[in-house]
Design a protein around this ligand. Structure first.
Ligand code: PBG
Ligand code: ZN
Length: 324
C-alpha cells in the first residue's frame, strides 16, 4: 500500500466521506457542566477571567440548571461559595451548607439532571487548603473524616455522584465506607484520581474564592513531571472502589489520559480546567483564533486521547453547536 496506488486523500475528498471514516465523535452526552453556587440572593457575578461563567445564588443556579438540561447535557458539577469559612470548613459538611441547599433546589426543579458534587475543603476553609492544617501542612487522616462527612451530607441532600478532588490518601475508601454504612451504596464515587498541582487552576480559584492563604498545594497534588505516579494513584483508587477515574488538568496531560484509558477499564473523565477555558476565551476575544473551532478541536482531542466524559465550562456552547 504505497503511493501512487495508495492515496490517503481519497477518503478526505468530501464531507460525506469524511463523516463516514470519522473515528472520534463529540456528543452532548459527554459533557459535565461546572457551576459555582454562592450564598445569598439575587447574585449573578461574572468571573472576570472566565467570560460566561458566574458565581450565582441558588435561584439563578436553578434557572441555569434548567437551561443545561434543555440542551441535553446530562450532568452538572457543583462548587460552593459559603456564607462563612472557618479553619475546619464547617459549611462543607453541614446539612444546611451552600452545596446541600443547592442540590435540593436543583433536584426539586430538574430531577432528571444529574448532580455531581465536588468533595473538598478548600472552598470552605479560611486558609484555603483542601484539608485540616496541622503543623503547617494538611493532615491527611483527620481530613479523611471530614471528607467522608461532606460526601455523606451531599448524598443525604440528593447528590447523584460525589467527586473527591482533595488528593488525600485513602479518601475514596473513606468516602465509600461512609456512603455504604448509611444506605448510599448506590451512589458512585468519581475520583479526581490524577490531579496535578497546576497553574491552570488560577481562574477557578478566583471563581471559587479558594486560593491558599499560605504555601501551595504541592504536598498533596501531583508533580506535573510524573507519569508512573499517575498509574499508582489510579491503581489505588481502583482498589478503593472508585467508579470513575479523572485526569486533571486535561490539555497538558493528554498522554496521561491515553495511558489511563489503556490501563484501566473504568469510565475516564477529563477535566478541561479553568485556565484552559480562559486561554481560548482570551485569544478568541483578541481575534487571534476562531474560538468555536478551537473549543471543539480541543474537546475532540480529549476524547481521542481516551476521555469518555469531559468536565468543561464550554459545555453549553459546545452543546449548542453540536445540536445545530
Ligand atoms: C478543589 C478544586 C479545584 C479545581 C476543581 N476542584 C482547584 C484546586 O485544586 O486548586 C480546579 C478546577 C478548574 O481549574 O477549573 N480542590
Ligand atoms: Zn480543594
Amino acid at each position: 500500500m504505497v503511493f501512487p496506488e495508495f492515496r490517503g486523500r481519497r477518503l478526505r475528498r468530501n464531507d460525506t466521506l469524511r463523516r463516514m471514516v470519522r473515528e472520534t465523535h463529540l456528543r452532548v452526552d459527554d459533557f459535565i457542566y461546572p457551576m459555582f453556587s454562592a450564598f445569598g440572593k439575587n447574585i449573578k457575578k461574572e468571573i472576570a477571567s472566565m467570560p460566561g461563567i458566574y458565581q450565582q445564588s441558588i435561584e439563578h443556579i436553578v434557572a441555569e440548571a434548567k437551561e443545561v438540561h434543555a440542551l441535553g447535557i446530562p450532568a452538572v458539577i457543583l462548587f460552593g461559595i459559603p456564607k462563612e469559612k472557618d479553619a475546619v470548613g464547617s459549611d462543607a459538611y453541614s446539612d444546611s451548607g451552600i452545596i446541600q441547599e443547592t442540590i435540593r433546589a436543583i433536584k426539586a426543579e430538574v430531577p432528571e439532571l444529574l448532580v455531581i458534587t465536588d468533595v473538598c475543603m478548600c472552598e470552605y476553609t479560611d486558609h484555603g487548603h483542601c484539608g485540616i492544617i496541622k503543623n503547617g501542612d494538611v493532615d491527611n487522616d483527620e481530613t479523611l473524616e471530614l471528607l467522608a462527612a461532606e460526601a455523606l451530607s451531599h448524598a443525604r441532600a440528593g447528590a447523584d455522584i460525589v467527586a473527591p478532588s482533595d488528593m488525600m490518601d485513602g479518601r475514596v475508601l473513606a468516602i465509600r465506607e461512609a456512603l455504604d454504612e448509611n444506605g448510599f451504596e448506590h451512589i458512585p464515587v468519581m475520583s479526581y484520581a490524577v490531579k496535578y498541582a497546576s497553574a491552570y487552576y488560577g481562574p477557578f480559584r478566583d471563581a471559587a474564592d479558594s486560593t491558599p492563604q499560605f504555601g501551595d498545594r504541592r504536598s498533596y497534588q501531583m508533580d506535573p513531571a510524573n507519569r508512573i505516579e499517575a498509574f499508582r494513584e489510579a491503581q489505588l483508587d481502583v482498589q478503593e472502589c472508585a467508579d470513575f477515574l479523572m485526569v486533571k488538568p486535561a490539555l497538558a496531560y493528554l498522554d496521561i489520559l491515553r495511558d489511563l484509558k489503556d490501563r484501566f477499564d473504568l469510565p475516564l473523565v477529563a477535566y478541561n480546567v479553568s485556565g484552559e477555558y480562559s486561554m481560548v476565551k482570551a485569544a478568541a476575544a483578541k481575534g487571534w483564533i476562531d474560538g468555536d473551532r478551537v473549543m471543539l478541536e480541543t474537546l475532540l482531542g480529549m476524547k481521542r486521547a481516551g476521555a469518555d466524559l469531559i468536565i468543561t465550562y464550554h459545555a453549553k456552547e459546545a452543546a449548542r453547536l453540536l445540536n445545530g
